[in-house]
Design a protein around this ligand. Structure first.
Ligand SMILES: [Zn+2]
Length: 253
């Protein structure tokens, strides 16, 4: 891992995180995210060019809009930093390879789904459809076989489809089914099993913590896409290691 390249990737990651913030905001307001300037969601004043520096501007403005003084969501610097750190992790694991670029694009989609589900409890088809197309071709590009990719999608989508049917649509929404299929396209069949296992582990631990800290009740809905995207990233990076560790526990080699 070359430190100069890692720093450059961090800076690029911060800028892409900034773009993802704009995408998340404009998906919510249904604006075109390739056109138009950024504005303050509270007072609608256009944001000056010098205040558009990712993370830095947030710190310099002490988290407040220059025009109306209302606080800017912590979401903005957080997404920028998370994207940057994720990109550096990917570089550390894959180096500057085609796998790195494909995984970085997948991460961009995962960040959008993560944040949008956390804020709005929604997984949008306008995100899942392009994600599915990109994941199919991206996984072909990094050498997954077409059968591996399609089997992954059937396992991921089918897993949630089954719960959807069993619960009459109460536990699971259509967005979860489509996200499950996209996870399979991104990870292949082994990777999607690893991701589903991790998401249930992380999801149930978080659920129990939230219930016992009094922030949620047993009846509360959890934005499950948050755990699924997090688990997909972990499986993307460490999936092979986790799968071989798990099969060594079971005694297979
Ligand atoms: Zn403002």
């Amino acid at each position: 891992m070359n430190l100069t390249i890692a720093i450059l990737i961090f800076i690029v990651g911060i800028s892409i995180g900034s773009f993802l913030n704009a995408v998340i905001w404009r998906l919510h307001t249904k604006e075109n995210f390739l056109k138009g300037r950024s504005y303050c969601p509270k007072c609608r004043a256009h944001i000056r060019a010098r205040d558009l520096m990712p993370v830095m501007s947030f710190l310099l403005l002490r988290g407040k809009c220059r025009d109306c003084g209302k606080s800017i969501s912590w979401q903005y610097p957080l997404i920028e930093l998370v994207t940057a750190v994720a990109f550096v992790i990917l570089y550390g694991v894959f180096g500057l390879t085609i796998s790195f670029f494909v995984a970085a694009v997948y991460t961009g989609f995962l960040v959008i789904v993560f944040m949008f589900d956390l804020k709005h409890y929604l997984i949008l088809d306008r995100v899942m459809l392009p994600a599915a197309i990109v994941a199919f071709f991206g996984s072909l590009l990094i050498g997954l076989s077409i059968w591996n990719i399609l089997l992954g999608a059937v396992i991921g989508g089918g897993f949630f489809m089954l719960q959807f049917l069993l619960s009459g649509g109460k536990w699971i929404g259509g967005g979860d089914i489509r996200l499950g299929a996209v996870m399979g396209l991104m990870l292949g069949w082994q990777g999607v099993l690893v991701a589903l296992f991790i998401s249930y582990l992380v999801g149930s631990i978080t659920g129990v913590i939230l219930i016992f800290s009094g922030r949620k009740s047993w009846q509360s809905r959890l934005p499950f896409g948050v755990f699924l995207t997090l688990a997909t990233f972990i499986a993307l990076v460490w999936g092979d290691a986790i799968a071989s560790w798990y099969s060594s526990i079971l005694g297979y080699q």
